[in-house]
Design a protein around this ligand. Structure first.
Ligand code: ZN
Ligand code: ZN
Length: 328
């Protein structure tokens, strides 16, 4: 099969031919139809995340059809369309796994980070961490749901069910999905983008935001909660200033630049600052059931597999509206 491989952080992905993978016990072999490009992939490629298996095939928003099943897989069969997300393995016995917080597992394996991912024609995955994706939508449209959607949804849940006025900082792939879910839940969206990014602000308004502006502007109203998707530490004090007493600020990214020091007064008043890490399988079950009801419509820009470096560069430069998706 053809695959785009990272051999060394900080270098470009290289197109290589390698033997087709074989599913082991409990695994499925998937013929990849589409794989989304997530900001986390950039953090892996750039070396911000320091524990990749090397060489590694990135990509953890995989949509494909099952080509073969390994021993013991009985709930999927060849031809089924499934999705493979970031959470690729958990130990099942640590305190986190046992308490329903498998997203925090002590010995996890992540797709496209420690487990070869979807920037390839084929992938193998632990069947217990794959999800059926029935329906009419194209694979490219579904791919961003597998991480931008899932992590975005977990971030939205953490922002609090009662939070009506919701700020979103960074209006990329995750935000464009979260905004649709939040609107469906009758929330008001206030979108903050890089200063002067008129295209992203218009995109937010088109998706139903009641207000869109620059991230260095004050919010037009006091917010109940805010989610930060942009990997920009100074947005943390900005968001804390924008939320009311008791408000919640959720950091949805896996990596962020340093957070500058800030006066205690902007945290005082029982404001809550928290991160969201990874996902649980229950998050995936919940979100994939909800998405068709909204219904979530993703905006994607497709790239051929061999142009993965160009797709990553477009994401790095903020040149995408919506989500990039690779098609093998
Ligand atoms: Zn565990
Ligand atoms: Zn991701």
């Amino acid at each position: 099969m053809r695959a785009m491989v990272l051999e060394k952080p900080g270098s470009r992905l290289r197109l290589i031919e390698k033997p087709d993978p074989v599913p082991g016990p409990g695994q499925v072999l998937v013929n990849v139809s589409a794989c989304g490009v997530c900001r986390t992939d950039l953090h892996v490629v750039d070396g911000d995340l320091t524990e990749p298996k090397l060489p590694i095939i990135p990509g953890h928003e995989i949509v494909g059809t099952i080509g073969a099943t390994g021993y013991g897989v009985d709930h999927f069969k060849p031809g089924d369309r499934i999705g493979i997300p970031w959470l690729g393995h958990t130990c099942g016995h640590c305190a986190f796994c046992e308490s329903g917080a498998e997203n925090l597992c002590d010995e996890p394996g992540f797709t496209g980070y420690q487990i070869d991912g979807g920037y390839a024609e084929m992938a193998v995955a632990d069947a217990r961490f794959c999800f059926p994706l029935p329906g009419e939508k194209s694979a490219a449209e579904l791919a961003p749901l597998l991480c931008a959607g899932l992590i975005g949804y977990r971030s939205l849940v953490m922002a609090g069910a009662e939070s009506k006025r919701l700020g979103i900082y960074g209006f990329g792939a995750a935000a464009h999905i979260v905004a649709q879910v939040a609107r469906y839940q009758q929330r008001e969206i206030y979108a903050f983008t890089s200063p002067g990014d008129a295209a992203a602000q218009q995109f937010a308004i088109d998706l139903g935001a009641v207000w869109a502006g620059d991230s260095d502007q004050a919010a037009p109203v006091e917010l109940d909660a805010a989610i930060i998707f942009a990997p920009v530490g100074p947005l943390v004090p900005a968001a804390l200033k924008a939320v009311r007493k008791g408000g919640i600020v959720v950091c949805g990214g896996i990596h962020m630049s340093a957070i500058p020091s800030f006066p205690y007064a902007i945290l005082w008043g029982e404001r809550v600052l928290r991160s969201v890490a990874n996902l649980t399988r229950q998050d995936a079950i919940d979100f994939l059931a909800l998405a068709p009801k909204v219904p979530v419509q993703t905006q994607v820009e497709t790239f051929p597999l061999q142009q993965a470096n160009a797709a990553l560069q477009a994401l790095r430069n903020g040149k995408l509206t919506g989500a990039a998706v690779l098609i093998p």
